[in-house]
Design a protein around this ligand. Structure first.
Ligand code: FE2
Length: 207
């Protein structure tokens, strides 16, 4: 595919192709980067909750250690919210392959507790199909991909905390351990959108 060709036109399809080419070109280190900072995510007294089934919900910002909010804000970005993805014990599952808010360069910071053996996977699209805009239980938008639409590019164990790429098709596999993933949604006040992977990475790794 000629990259120059797709940059010269403006249709949504060409934009999609351009982003998919971006996915193919980026290095594995642009999917997931460990932040070497073990400052606790939570304020004292916060206890990990338990549920009977998988849960995706917002967490009160009051339980989050202000240290992390300050670090993001001092880098010129904002914490929009923190989400919890919870999975109960004994549930072996493969999460649907999806992008958060469509294809692009978007990132979050994730902390995973429990979930031994769980992996995060990233894919490129090889057989694109029309996408329906779907809405999560916390009101954010996502697109789902069938396994035959994508090809696996990279898998990683999340090491706390980690900057993760969420604008590229991704999912989680969990062999059945109880798992809590706290996901900090970071926005760029200049664009009003999810902060790019490089912007978040720069705050925490200085490069
Ligand atoms: Fe996601």
């Amino acid at each position: 595919m000629a990259l120059e060709l797709v940059t010269s036109t403006k249709s949504p399809w060409d934009s999609f192709l351009l982003v998919n080419q971006f996915v193919i070109n980026i290095s594995m280190s642009a999917f997931c980067v460990h932040v070497n900072d073990d400052t606790p995510l939570f304020n004292a007294h916060y206890q990990l909750p338990h549920y009977a089934e998988r849960v995706h919900q917002d967490v009160s910002i009051d339980v989050i250690n202000p240290y992390w909010i300050d670090r993001v804000e001092s880098g010129g970005l904002q914490v929009l919210r923190v989400e919890l993805f919870y999975a109960p014990p004994g549930l072996d599952y493969v999460m649907g392959i999806h992008t958060d808010s469509g294809m692009g360069d978007r990132s979050k910071i994730n902390w995973v507790f429990g979930g031994a053996g769980s992996l995060m996977h990233w894919y490129r699209v090889v057989n694109p199909k029309q996408k329906e805009q779907l809405v999560t239980p916390v009101g954010s938008q996502y697109n789902l991909y069938e396994p035959d639409e994508v090809k696996l590019m990279h898998s990683a164990t999340i090491q706390n905390p980690a900057v993760v790429q969420i604008g590229v098709p991704h999912n989680i596999t969990n062999p059945g351990q109880e798992r809590w993933c706290y996901s900090m949604v970071i926005t760029d006040p200049v664009t009003g959108s999810n902060a790019k992977f490089g912007s978040v990475k720069r705050i925490f790794t200085n490069n």
